[in-house]
Design a protein around this ligand. Structure first.
Ligand SMILES: [Zn+2]
Length: 336
């Protein structure tokens, strides 16, 4: 089983302190810490996941999580391109170490050094380093590096093309994932995340992105935002706009199962073909509590997929078969 959506939300304090020092130095660049200044021992890393992710994986019967830096922590809107480059390096190197210590539990997925007003082409070197030198299997792509203000160009803008080209060359998919919201109108995990997911899908409908990149693979997390629930609206809009049918987009787009209740998963699995659904929990992450109506953790998503009206073959695709296709670099990390 592959959980395609996990973040390192239990970072050692030293890593968060490094980031605090980096941000504090924005007005005093002489104090900027170098990426090498972060010192964390392997024991500290082991301790950071032992009683959280590893324990939950064992309890819930989840094999391998695709593990990326904390999404809300990417903070692309903070500082400039250099700030993001250093922070991405620190964050990716930490995720790499976690995955190195627990290769059966985690496969690394990278954060990109995006920055407002800076071409995503700038992310190519870090992506290449992570994939070719460190064995990362995918990346997170922030559709709004301005943190809730949406001032940068949409995903189909030509400025994104060099990044898409590199992802295709390296054969790695991207999860479309916003970071923290700097705009008080949008609470991060409940509003900005879901709006980001939905916005990205509409950008795909109105553009020729996948005509230009027929093998590009993108995952829309959090169950696809509002998309599956409003599938009829999007089908109708595509038709009105003389755009191709949504089924064409399903050659390039997948949805995860981070929908934290049974009716949501029932709808997702009824509307979206099983070939386009990837199992995910986003634990330990967005929602940590226990649902008093069921007595189970909201993010114990395996339970919902187990109970969904899927054939055994389709359930196997959702749990791992699709992930192997979407993340070909997982080969070798998984049992046959
Ligand atoms: Zn996430």
């Amino acid at each position: 089983m592959v959980d395609c959506h996990g973040h390192y939300t239990t970072e050692p304090a030293a890593m968060l302190d490094w980031r605090k020092r980096q941000i504090a130095a924005l007005n005093d660049p002489g104090q900027t810490p170098s990426p090498d200044a972060l010192k964390v021992s392997d024991d500290e890393i082991r301790a950071s996941v032992a009683n959280r992710q590893l324990k939950l994986q064992a309890e819930r019967g989840i094999g391998l999580a695709l593990f990326s830096p904390r999404a809300g922590g990417m903070g692309h809107h903070i500082g400039d391109a250099r700030t993001s480059a250093d922070w991405s390096r620190v964050s990716n190197d930490m995720v790499y170490r976690v995955a190195g210590l627990f290769p059966k539990n985690f496969a690394p997925v990278c954060q990109l050094p995006q920055s407002p007003g800076v071409s995503p082409a700038n992310c190519r070197d870090e992506l290449t380093r992570c994939v070719t030198e460190l064995g990362f299997v995918g990346c997170n792509v922030n559709p709004d590096p301005t943190g809730g203000y949406w001032r940068d160009p949409p995903l189909y803008d030509r400025s994104w093309y060099p990044l898409w080209e590199r992802m295709v060359e390296l054969d790695v998919p991207g999860m479309i994932h916003v970071s923290a919201s700097a705009n008080p109108n949008f609470q991060a995990t409940g509003a900005h995340y879901i709006a980001g997911d939905t916005t990205a899908f509409m950008q795909f409908i109105t553009s020729d992105l996948f005509r230009d990149f027929p093998t590009l693979r993108l995952i829309i997390p959090h169950g696809g935002g509002a998309v599956p629930y409003h599938w009829g609206r999007y089908r109708g809009l595509a038709q009105d706009m003389k755009r191709p049918p949504l089924s064409d987009l399903l050659r390039n787009v997948w949805f995860d199962t981070c929908v934290y209740h049974q009716p949501g998963i029932d709808l997702l699995t009824r509307v979206i073909p099983a070939d386009n659904i990837l199992f995910a929990s986003e634990m330990v992450g967005a929602v940590n509590g226990v649902d008093p109506e069921t007595g189970h953790a909201y993010d114990d998503t395996k339970r919902y997929v187990d109970a969904a009206a899927l054939s055994d073959a389709d359930r196997a695709k959702v749990f791992s078969g699709n992930a192997r296709r979407v993340y070909p670099r997982l080969a070798g990390r998984l049992p046959e």
